[in-house]
Design a protein around this ligand. Structure first.
Ligand SMILES: *Cc1c(COP(=O)(O)O)cnc(C)c1O
Length: 362
């Protein structure tokens, strides 16, 4: 079989390891597994969501309202935009895919930071597009602008706060990059963790409204992180109407499920849940900073719901594997050429268990 040549360049994306795998491999009781690998909300999701899912379970046989009217209406109110500024995706991942398929081909290139969300590369490579990376793992506006002028990329990806490093980019720097590129380049502002950055420091907060007037910028948001709906797969893109009307051509019908749609709607009606989780998150994050200081570990200042520990004396792969054998799942960043692990900040109890295990290994 002659597969598309573009596939030769693509490595299969390795998602955070599931609890089921540890249970199968090491016979650990599922209740004792601590999963801090996929940046999910450790507090789960709003009770309004779980109640609505239970109440509406019988609707599983029905397709959702494909206009996503109510969800778009709530999002439009939340962000003070119109519903024709919004596209809904099966996770914001799917919106990334739409953008990629709508704009890229073998002659184009895309620009991203040295270490960033892996799916930008995968979707670009599927289109046979070349990947350009800035020299630093941090998003440095000057590096982005220099690389932009040199390569004229079709898409520039700004992931703020950045996954898997956890650092944020100031709004002024994001706008500096946006204002430096011309209208032939699409700028994707991936705000998957923006709720955390915005709560930590206003200077890092970007809202869809900040970019709406540009014809070549799209903001991505998701229900998977702060809203605690990773398993429901709902994300969105917000942009100028011209951008959205093109992307809608890429969308298959019913691209989120009936219960996902209900979940996202209910989640938006309970912003208090999100605010409370963010508040407890920052209390727990502090413990991670203190643990690092106490044990002589370096870390990247976090604007997200995870923290990245940097090692010099230890090997991240060894630490990752030892934690894994003991039922603690974190994310090894060796595949990003960093001797580091990314840890999702969990509940009080989960974090204590991680500290206890990690302290033994150090
Ligand atoms: C988690 C994540 C997404 C998207 O997640 P979905 O579950 O597909 O909405 C997008 N970008 C970054 C940087 C992420 O970490």
């Amino acid at each position: 079989m002659q597969w598309n040549k573009t596939l030769e360049e693509i490595k299969i994306y390795e998602a955070g390891k599931p609890i089921e795998l540890v249970v199968r491999e090491f016979g650990i009781n599922p209740a004792d597994v601590v999963k801090l690998a996929s940046n999910e909300n450790p507090n789960g999701c709003s009770i309004k969501v779980t109640e609505a899912i239970a109440k509406n379970a019988h609707k599983a046989s029905l397709y959702p309202d494909d206009s996503f009217y109510e969800l778009k209406d709530l999002l439009a109110k939340k962000w003070q935009v119109n519903d024709n500024n919004i596209i809904i995706g099966c996770g914001s991942d799917q919106v990334l895919e739409f953008v990629s398929r709508a704009l890229l081909d073998e002659t184009s290139c895309v620009l991203m930071s040295k270490v960033t969300f892996a799916m930008y590369e995968v979707y670009a490579k599927q289109m046979g597009t070349k990947i350009i990376r800035t020299p630093s793992y941090q998003h440095k506006a000057d590096e982005f602008i220099e690389a932009y002028h040199k390569h004229k990329p079709k898409i520039v990806y700004i992931c703020t706060p950045n996954n898997p490093t956890g650092d944020g980019i100031k709004k002024v720097d994001v706008l500096k990059i946006i204002n430096a590129v011309d209208k032939e380049t699409m700028v994707v502002v991936d705000g998957a963790y923006m709720e955390y950055a915005g709560a930590k420091d206003e200077a890092y907060k970007i809202t869809p409204n900040d970019i709406l007037d540009y014809e070549n910028v799209i903001y991505l948001g998701t229900f998977s992180k702060a809203y605690g709906l990773g398993g429901m797969r709902v994300g969105y893109g917000i942009a100028n109407e011209q951008v959205i009307s093109q992307l809608l051509k890429m969308r298959p019908p019913f691209n989120i499920t009936t219960l996902s749609l209900i979940s996202a709607i209910e989640a938006l009606k309970d912003e208090e849940f999100v605010q409370n989780s963010i508040f407890t998150h920052f209390t727990e994050l502090k413990r991670y900073e203190e643990f690092a200081d106490k044990n002589g570990l370096k870390y990247i200042e976090s604007y997200t719901n995870f923290i990245t520990y940097l090692f010099d004396k230890h090997d991240s792969t060894k630490i990752n594997d030892e934690l894994f054998k003991n039922g603690v799942i974190v994310r090894n960043l060796a595949s990003y050429e960093m001797n580091a692990i990314r840890i999702t900040v969990g509940t009080d109890k989960q974090n204590s268990r991680l500290f206890e295990m990690l302290e033994r290994l150090l």
